[in-house]
Write a new protein. Structure first.
Length: 130
Protein backbone atom coordinates (compact mmCIF):
# COMPACT_ATOMS: atom_id res chain seq x y z
CA UNK A 1 0.00 0.00 0.00
CA UNK A 2 1.25 3.44 -0.88
CA UNK A 3 1.25 5.62 2.24
CA UNK A 4 1.47 8.82 0.20
CA UNK A 5 -2.07 8.47 -1.18
CA UNK A 6 -4.80 10.39 0.60
CA UNK A 7 -7.74 8.49 2.00
CA UNK A 8 -9.74 11.51 3.15
CA UNK A 9 -10.15 15.06 1.85
CA UNK A 10 -12.29 17.80 3.31
CA UNK A 11 -12.92 20.95 1.29
CA UNK A 12 -14.83 24.12 2.05
CA UNK A 13 -16.70 25.28 -1.06
CA UNK A 14 -16.83 28.90 0.10
CA UNK A 15 -13.10 29.40 0.59
CA UNK A 16 -11.77 26.51 -1.56
CA UNK A 17 -9.52 25.49 1.34
CA UNK A 18 -8.76 21.78 1.40
CA UNK A 19 -7.02 19.37 3.73
CA UNK A 20 -5.93 15.93 2.65
CA UNK A 21 -5.04 13.14 5.05
CA UNK A 22 -2.77 10.30 3.96
CA UNK A 23 -2.58 6.75 5.30
CA UNK A 24 0.66 7.46 7.17
CA UNK A 25 -0.81 10.50 8.98
CA UNK A 26 0.58 13.31 6.84
CA UNK A 27 -1.85 16.20 6.48
CA UNK A 28 -1.56 18.46 3.45
CA UNK A 29 -3.17 21.82 2.78
CA UNK A 30 -4.67 23.36 -0.33
CA UNK A 31 -1.44 23.96 -2.21
CA UNK A 32 0.43 21.02 -3.69
CA UNK A 33 3.10 19.84 -1.26
CA UNK A 34 1.95 22.19 1.53
CA UNK A 35 2.48 19.95 4.56
CA UNK A 36 0.48 20.98 7.63
CA UNK A 37 1.67 18.28 10.03
CA UNK A 38 1.35 14.65 11.03
CA UNK A 39 -1.58 13.05 12.82
CA UNK A 40 -1.02 10.21 15.28
CA UNK A 41 -1.48 6.72 13.88
CA UNK A 42 -4.06 6.12 16.64
CA UNK A 43 -6.06 9.07 15.29
CA UNK A 44 -5.84 7.73 11.73
CA UNK A 45 -7.04 4.32 12.92
CA UNK A 46 -9.83 6.00 14.90
CA UNK A 47 -11.04 7.88 11.80
CA UNK A 48 -10.89 4.75 9.63
CA UNK A 49 -12.68 2.56 12.17
CA UNK A 50 -15.37 5.23 12.59
CA UNK A 51 -15.93 5.40 8.84
CA UNK A 52 -16.07 1.60 8.61
CA UNK A 53 -18.67 1.37 11.39
CA UNK A 54 -16.47 -0.44 13.91
CA UNK A 55 -16.41 2.33 16.54
CA UNK A 56 -18.37 5.45 17.35
CA UNK A 57 -17.03 8.98 16.85
CA UNK A 58 -15.23 8.86 20.21
CA UNK A 59 -13.38 5.66 19.30
CA UNK A 60 -15.42 3.45 21.63
CA UNK A 61 -16.49 0.04 20.31
CA UNK A 62 -20.19 -0.66 19.95
CA UNK A 63 -21.97 -2.65 22.66
CA UNK A 64 -25.47 -4.05 22.94
CA UNK A 65 -26.69 -0.73 24.32
CA UNK A 66 -25.52 1.47 21.46
CA UNK A 67 -25.56 -1.04 18.57
CA UNK A 68 -28.63 0.68 17.11
CA UNK A 69 -26.61 3.77 16.25
CA UNK A 70 -23.96 1.79 14.36
CA UNK A 71 -23.56 3.01 10.77
CA UNK A 72 -21.02 1.78 8.25
CA UNK A 73 -20.41 5.07 6.46
CA UNK A 74 -17.98 3.60 3.94
CA UNK A 75 -20.55 1.06 2.78
CA UNK A 76 -23.20 3.75 2.50
CA UNK A 77 -20.88 6.13 0.66
CA UNK A 78 -19.65 3.40 -1.72
CA UNK A 79 -23.24 2.45 -2.49
CA UNK A 80 -24.17 6.04 -3.24
CA UNK A 81 -20.96 7.62 -4.52
CA UNK A 82 -22.44 11.13 -4.61
CA UNK A 83 -24.58 12.36 -1.71
CA UNK A 84 -25.84 15.88 -1.06
CA UNK A 85 -27.39 16.18 2.36
CA UNK A 86 -27.52 19.49 4.22
CA UNK A 87 -26.71 22.98 3.10
CA UNK A 88 -23.34 23.34 4.77
CA UNK A 89 -20.57 23.82 2.26
CA UNK A 90 -18.21 21.07 3.36
CA UNK A 91 -17.27 18.44 0.81
CA UNK A 92 -15.97 15.08 2.03
CA UNK A 93 -14.04 12.97 -0.48
CA UNK A 94 -12.98 9.41 0.27
CA UNK A 95 -10.62 7.09 -1.56
CA UNK A 96 -12.30 3.98 -2.91
CA UNK A 97 -9.92 1.03 -2.98
CA UNK A 98 -12.50 -1.35 -4.40
CA UNK A 99 -12.29 -2.62 -7.95
CA UNK A 100 -14.59 0.18 -9.11
CA UNK A 101 -11.97 2.74 -8.04
CA UNK A 102 -14.28 5.73 -8.31
CA UNK A 103 -14.27 9.03 -6.50
CA UNK A 104 -16.64 9.24 -3.55
CA UNK A 105 -17.93 12.75 -2.95
CA UNK A 106 -20.25 13.65 -0.09
CA UNK A 107 -21.60 17.18 0.30
CA UNK A 108 -23.01 18.58 3.52
CA UNK A 109 -23.01 15.45 5.70
CA UNK A 110 -22.83 16.18 9.44
CA UNK A 111 -20.03 13.69 10.08
CA UNK A 112 -17.69 15.99 8.15
CA UNK A 113 -17.83 18.46 11.06
CA UNK A 114 -17.16 15.62 13.51
CA UNK A 115 -14.12 14.57 11.48
CA UNK A 116 -12.91 18.17 11.43
CA UNK A 117 -13.22 18.29 15.22
CA UNK A 118 -11.04 15.19 15.51
CA UNK A 119 -8.46 16.67 13.15
CA UNK A 120 -8.58 20.06 14.88
CA UNK A 121 -7.86 18.61 18.33
CA UNK A 122 -4.27 19.47 19.22
CA UNK A 123 -3.65 16.25 21.20
CA UNK A 124 -4.22 14.15 18.05
CA UNK A 125 -1.17 15.58 16.30
CA UNK A 126 2.28 14.07 16.42
CA UNK A 127 4.56 16.04 18.69
CA UNK A 128 8.06 16.97 17.63
CA UNK A 129 10.70 17.29 20.32
CA UNK A 130 13.37 19.94 19.88
Amino acid sequence: MNNKKWFLQIEDKNTNNRISICDNGLVYGTERGHKLGILDIATINRIKSFLNGKTDINGNPFTDKNADSRINYMYMFKTYSYIKSNHNNLILRLRDDSRKNRQIKIVGVDITKSLLNIIDTQSNWYKFFD
